[in-house]
Design a binder for this molecule. Structure first.
Ligand code: GLV
Ligand code: MG
Length: 350
């Protein structure tokens, strides 16, 4: 194991010093842009004020014969725009692909000073993070990049899920992890062609009424096939001090199911989700900005317990040091949203 005192040393002479704390940023939606399509690139200037993160996708969904155009398109869109507080991320190709080395080398050389985060797909274990960590440090040093480019892993293989704790703690460059339900379903041989969400056949049956015959109709309850992975990922991320995200929701024609999937992840601890279609941006904004009524109640708790200790009753509900901490999670997030969104600031009365 690496010595604790070496963990925060740069991995190349001249590379920037790794961060000890993640920058405090609102990342409710990571909006995917296919950068090889000029029409989509042209929309980025307008998109910057509407989303928290713009991500140029180089991996799956980009055809093999457009990989180089996507890379060049990403560099062009990064150069052509000022992103301000909006994050600029890219999803590079997988480490076993023929394109990834050029993705990393060309992006860092051309726009490394603007690039906040590299999303790495199909991460299997800490070794994948170590490779990218070292390579980024060498390239940062070579191109005099003065702020470390962070790494975001996609959890989308069975081996990755097995190793999620080691992935989360592999490097101070780790920003967070997203659940990738499409590749993960394939990797596990789950029998579904859906991208996220439930499945009508993944369900429990209510007990038979006493005396009813075995074929009598009874209630069924759909279950959440992602619950286990999501909870495991959230624990790994929270323990490592990094952020957890839900990934893609593929059925654009079912906004309610998308909202339910996003909301489950929000309630379990995720900071945001991917948006693949413009219609999903409003859903993510609604879901990952805390509910004003919940925030109002959380503010009551904090006001009633100024130093965060003791026990009080509010509206018939017991509050103590632990609920004060729960309240603080909501109010801290509301402050972050309020700083970006004046309408929400008014609704939170912050
Ligand atoms: C995302 O990349 C997924 O495979 O779901
Ligand atoms: Mg994938």
């Amino acid at each position: 194991m690496k010595l604790p005192r070496n963990f925060f040393k740069p991995l190349a002479i001249g590379a920037p010093t790794p961060l000890r704390e993640l920058p405090l940023k609102l990342e409710r939606m990571i909006h995917f842009v296919p950068p090889h399509i000029e029409k989509m690139r042209a929309k980025v200037t307008e998109l910057i004020s509407q989303v928290d993160v713009v991500l140029g996708n180089l991996e799956d969904a980009i055809p093999a014969d457009a990989k180089e155009a996507a890379r060049a398109g990403f560099i062009a869109m990064a150069k052509a725009n000022e992103f301000g507080a909006t994050g600029l991320w890219t999803r590079i190709n997988a480490l076993n692909s023929p394109w990834v080395l050029d993705d990393i080398k060309e992006l860092v050389a051309a726009v490394g000073h603007k690039l906040d985060i590299v999303m790495l797909p199909k991460v299997e274990g800490a070794w994948d993070i170590h490779y990218l960590d070292q390579l980024l440090a060498q390239l940062e040093a070579k191109h005099s990049i003065n702020k470390p480019i962070l790494i975001h892993a996609i959890l989308e293989t069975a081996e990755g899920v097995n190793n999620v704790e080691a992935i989360a703690t592999a490097s101070p460059r780790m920003h967070g992890i997203s659940l990738g339900p499409a590749d993960l379903a394939a990797s596990r041989a789950m029998k579904t062609t859906r991208v996220g969400g439930g499945h009508p056949d993944y369900k429990m049956l209510a007990d038979l009424a006493p005396g009813a015959d075995a074929g009598a109709p009874r209630a069924t309850y759909q279950q959440d096939p992602w619950h286990y992975t999501m909870a495991k990922m959230v624990d790994a991320c929270a323990a490592a001090g990094i952020k957890a995200f839900y990934g893609p929701f593929g059925d654009f024609s079912d906004p309610s199911a998308c909202e339910a999937q996003f909301r489950n992840s929000f309630l379990l601890g995720c900071a945001g989700a991917w948006t693949l279609h413009p219609s999903q941006v409003a859903i993510a904004k609604r879901v990952f900005s805390p509910d004003p009524d919940e925030v109002a109640f959380a503010k009551k708790i904090i006001t009633a317990m100024p130093d965060g200790s003791g026990a009080v009753m509010i509206d018939g509900k017991m509050q103590d040091d632990a609920t004060w901490k729960q309240a603080k999670v909501l109010v801290d997030l509301a402050r972050l949203v309020a700083a970006k969104d004046p309408d929400m600031a008014a609704r939170y009365a912050l």
